[in-house]
Ligand binder design. Sequence first.
Ligand code: NAD
Ligand code: MG
Length: 294
Amino acid sequence: MQLLEDPTIKYPKPPFKGQSQPWPGLAGKMDPRPDHGEQSYKGSGRLKGRKALITGGDSGMGRAAAIAYAREGADVAINYLPDEEPDAKEVIALMKAEGVKAVAIPGDLREEEFCKRLVEQAVKNLGGLDILVSNAGRQQAHQSILDISTEQFDWTMKTNIYAPFWIIRAALPHLQPGSVIIGTTSVQAYDPSPDLYDYAQTKAATMNFVKSLAKQLGPKGIRVNGVAPGPIWTALQVSGGATQEKLKNFGGDSPLGRPGQPAELGSIYVQLAANDASFATGQIYGAAGGNGQP
Ligand code: NAD
Ligand code: MG
């Protein structure tokens, strides 16, 4: 029996408390704590035996996908920054409780050599790879383009554009027909905010590479899709991604009147990875509470 759940009152609404953490932030220190499906996600064997690597798997959308994948029977490796160990430990414990392989590979994706090592270690520890979720991201709000240093710009580009390129290039030789690549893009790809000049263009790039790679890899039997979240209550937003002003009313202007929680996107990552979505490639699946495209 599935009771009806009104999406307008299912999760916390603004106003939120102002709060700020140093980048990259911890979900465990947020108030309220985000819901990644820890208590709610129920699997049904949809990804049994699959082998997944998820970047940014410690928190936010990546954690929701990691929990969901493990409960669907997949072995999962997660990458995150060393500072995020407390969040990562929780995810590894939750995945191990499902009886699947749960592999932690911390490291900084801005380094090409690390990206290569990450894929090698994931393949070695999982015994192969057939789901790659490129989800890690860097977002910092700057009111003016004049406030963005070359170093900041480079940081965003390295994390959001170079790292997916390096990781996908390293992973491709391991991906057999039936494998999938999933990128986390954003409503920012289509309707950029004035204070996210650098970040928004990287999300447009993600949306775009999903579509070109889908065409390139379709004949090889590898599907490539993207997820485009709207405002979601995650660590990235409280560690410089949003201004304090925006944070206090976060998600308040969406038709559902609140931000999304990572838990509300976990099943989208499952759907895009599952065999029964075999005709979906080059698609962007949105979850934005009623605003935004696609
Ligand atoms: P999050 O902070 O929980 O996750 C982002 C993760 O990126 C971090 O946990 C971190 O592990 C990883 N990361 C960042 N820089 C890294 C680096 N140099 N090396 C290794 N890992 C690094 O926040 P989130 O909102 O869940 O973000 C996940 C994805 O969702 C991002 O790509 C983000 O752009 C996208 N997104 C978020 C929102 C939102 O409102 N929260 C909206 C649209 C898209
Ligand atoms: Mg994190």
